[in-house]
Design a protein around this ligand. Structure first.
Ligand code: SF4
Ligand code: SF4
Length: 444
């Protein structure tokens, strides 16, 4: 199938440092930190310490830790960054920190723990895989992928060209990300690790450092041309993995990658933020209570990269950027292409929030939808040849459609290029996704 590419022109922000956001006096900690809801094991009036587990998880519902010490003043429903509603524990700050501001002691888990102990540890820390919008439990995925037929692939750049957060983590915490990724590779019993990197800011570690970090794991670094979208999708990266365009090879990796070249292997994909979270939780023994969030957009006085406590309302981050320069018209969470538009400034930061973009009225194009004009742009834009216009028409206007065209929806890799191409601004990608979800649910 022919690959079609689209070039985008997004604003690019340069971040020179990571700002520590103020500790919130009130944190809103949601049970929905990933794909599924966890269950609160605390009640109103309880006192909690920093890092204490306040919600337990099973399978894709991950454990949630208290980001600040304090009192649970309320358990109430709130709007989440993905637009859904979920229960939140409202924590009023009180008491002292057990981890924040304390010296962090490094533990070399590559030597200390057998690989069979790594998955329970990752599960206990409630780490999610933020590579795609599914935000599944990382421990679940590592468990399922546990065989040497798997390759662990790490995307070191951002999927959305308008975001810089994953690229920032890769550039500022390169060694930590590599070490975290090596621990994941060990947990899933694979010795094959591939890093996809892009952008000018990323510097490859030297051979000696790499050798020390990777130990027995064979790792490769593959440079990606990130000027094109969707250069970070799983489908595109898998294709590149099969083509095996290698820029850097650690001695011994030829053997480890031989099988993938024959197409026998599968790959588990994670992003740099996930690998970094594994490093912090395991090697530094800190609970997963903060994350890195990029706050940007033309309506803001200044764009910043924050280390922020889970449960902090996004209103606080906007204030720390110096407020707004222009009248804000829209807040988008996790990128302009596939992100969610929200209107509530008190939405709390969760584990899957990567970016918050504040748009001004003059930066938002006309968004009224109109009738399809049958221009065919959506079909031309789709790298997989999916007829999203016909699938849309089938669902909205009940137009009859052949089973083969409907089934092609399963190929969709959610790049949203059809939406970008459509002059009528129809929600094509969302319709195709909905159909896929419906079919998947029916098969369960
Ligand atoms: S979102 Fe799906 S249907 Fe739309 S262009 Fe991408 S692959 Fe094609
Ligand atoms: S791009 Fe939009 S208007 Fe054009 S054919 Fe596709 S759905 Fe219709």
């Amino acid at each position: 199938m022919r690959e079609k590419k689209e070039e985008f022109d997004f604003p690019h922000y340069e971040y020179r440092r990571l700002h520590c956001a103020y500790i919130p006096s009130t944190a809103f900690v949601s049970v929905r930190q990933g794909k599924s809801d966890s269950r609160f094991i605390i009640r109103e009036g309880d006192e909690v310490s920093e890092g204490q587990i306040i919600a337990s998880g099973y399978k894709n519902a991950v454990p949630v830790h208290a980001p600040i010490p304090g009192i649970v003043s309320e358990i109430a429903e709130r709007t989440m960054p993905d637009g859904s509603r979920a229960e939140c524990a409202v924590l009023q700050f009180r008491g002292g920190f057990a981890f924040e501001g304390k010296e962090q002691v490094y533990t070399d888990y590559r030597k200390k723990q057998g690989s069979h102990k790594l998955i329970p540890l990752i599960r206990q820390h409630g780490i999610i895989n933020t590579f795609d919008l599914d935000n599944n439990s990382l421990a679940e995925q590592l468990d399922k992928a546990g065989s040497d037929n798997y390759v662990l692939a790490v995307r070191l750049f951002d999927f959305d060209p308008g975001c810089s957060r994953d690229g920032f983590i890769s550039s500022f915490f390169t060694k930590e990300v590599i070490e975290g990724a090596c621990l994941c590779a060990r947990a899933m019993h694979t010795e094959s690790l591939v890093f996809f990197y892009g952008g000018e800011d990323f510097r490859l570690p030297d051979e000696k450092t790499l050798e020390a970090l990777c130990d027995t794991i064979s790792c490769r670094f593959i440079k990606i041309d990130t000027r094109f979208y969707p250069s970070g999708s799983q489908r595109v990266l898998e294709k590149i993995l099969q083509k095996n365009t290698v820029q850097h090879t650690k001695p011994g990796s030829e053997k480890a990658f031989r099988n993938f070249e024959k197409g026998k292997n599968k790959a588990l994909f994670i992003d740099s933020a996930t690998a970094y979270a594994v490093y912090r939780c395991l090697c530094l023994s800190v609970p997963f209570t903060d994350t890195v969030v990029e706050v940007n957009g033309p309506a803001l006085h200044e764009s910043k990269m924050f280390k922020v406590k889970i449960g902090t309302p996004i209103r606080r981050l906007l204030e720390e950027c110096g407020g707004c320069e222009k009248e804000p018209a829209k807040i988008i969470i996790n990128g302009l292409i596939k992100g969610t538009a929200v209107s509530d400034l008190d939405i709390p930061v969760t584990k899957y929030v990567k970016t918050v973009t504040l748009l001004s009225a003059d930066s938002i194009p006309d968004q009224r939808i109109s009738d399809c004009i049958h221009c065919g742009f959506c079909r031309k834009a789709c790298p997989l040849g999916i007829q999203s216009d016909r699938i849309y028409s089938h669902f909205v206007n009940k137009t009859p459609l052949g089973a083969d065209i409907l089934l092609s929806a399963h190929l969709c890799d959610d790049c949203a290029l059809c939406n970008a191409a459509c002059p009528a601004r129809l929600p094509l990608y969302q319709t195709v996704s909905k159909y896929k979800e419906k079919q998947d649910a029916a098969q369960l």
